[in-house]
Design a protein around this ligand. Structure first.
Ligand SMILES: [Ca+2]
Ligand SMILES: [Ca+2]
Length: 75
């Protein structure tokens, strides 16, 4: 029985991770309008909430948000 519960928890974790990952992708691609895998300042400018946090999110200061930097974005 314990094993069954463990198996179900694993499946559940895998599903939630997949759902989270896909939501992340959708959001990132929405902001990244030219699909170069980075959100530039002009792309962020279209979204007031994102541009407010842009300098904080851009940890390497290259004026672009990578998918990794974008993960910290809180709408
Ligand atoms: Ca882009
Ligand atoms: Ca950056």
């Amino acid at each position: 029985m314990k094993q069954l519960i463990a198996a179900f928890s694993l499946i559940f974790l895998a599903i939630s991770a997949t759902v989270l990952a896909s939501q992340m992708d959708v959001r990132f691609t929405k902001f990244d309008s030219n699909a170069d895998n980075a959100i530039s300042l002009s792309e962020a400018n279209e979204h007031p909430e994102l541009i407010k946090q842009f300098t904080d999110l851009d940890t390497n200061n290259d004026q672009r948000l990578s998918e990794q930097e974008f993960e910290k974005f809180k709408p």
